[in-house]
Ligand binder design. Structure first.
Ligand code: 5GP
Length: 203
């Protein structure tokens, strides 16, 4: 189902979970860029900051883009039940959503968003089935490949791994409540915020 902004929408959410949007989609589709647009254009939205064991890229700020932690620290977060979900992504590093800040935002009635991988989205579906699961799709496969190659921050082997992950992830679209095509980041961000505040369009 694609999101039509002129469709009738359901009434505002009753439960906390309806205000939570889980954004997933293939590698390099631009989830991070769309999340950054939500952060910039809609400061009222709570954006979860994931913990990760990968090293920061140039320009990434600890506590803003990710919580950069050691393997031991990540193990301790799992053992302490601090993560809502976690996954190993691209067989490279672990990523997880700290539970406390998300629950606090939802309890305060603040719209919230997680930008996570497909495995993580499936886990959240089990624990928070009322969340709205959004698949961010590329305009085309060719565009996705262009973005993957264009980013240039990965080695050849890592790029191959990411392409393979993307093939599998594209096939998962049907598991999601809504697809947003990432034609333009600010428009995609606006569509996400509409979902958080108004819920899913009625069928
Ligand atoms: P990157 O290393 O390029 O920032 O992110 C790699 C992948 O990890 C992306 O697909 C991103 O959505 C995913 N990711 C980021 N944070 C989390 C998280 O907290 N949990 C899960 N499961 N995946 C995450």
């Amino acid at each position: 189902m694609s999101l039509m902004t002129d469709e009738k929408t359901t009434a505002g959410p009753e439960g906390h979970e309806k205000r939570l949007v889980v954004l997933a989609g293939p590698t390099a589709v631009g989830k991070g860029t769309v999340a950054a647009a939500v952060r910039n254009d809609h400061p009222e939205v709570f954006l979860s900051v994931s913990a990760t064991t990968r090293k920061p890229r140039p320009g990434e700020v600890d506590g803003v883009h990710y919580l950069f932690v050691s393997d031991e620290e990540f193990d301790a977060m799992i053992a302490g039940g601090e993560l809502l979900e976690w996954a190993t992504v691209h067989n490279m590093a672990r990523y997880g959503t700290p539970r406390g800040p998300v629950e606090k935002a939802l309890a305060e009635g603040r719209p919230a968003m997680l930008e996570i991988d497909l495995q993580g989205a499936r886990l959240v579906r089990e624990t928070m089935p009322e969340a709205i699961f959004v698949f961010l799709a590329p305009p085309s496969w060719e565009e996705l490949v262009r973005r993957l190659v264009g980013r240039g921050t990965e080695t050849e082997a890592e790029r191959e791994r990411r392409l393979e992950t993307a093939r599998v992830e594209l096939a998962a679209e049907e598991e999601f409540d809504v697809t947003i095509v990432n034609h333009e980041v600010h428009q995609a961000a606006d569509e996400l915020v509409t979902l958080m505040t108004l819920g899913l369009p009625s069928k």
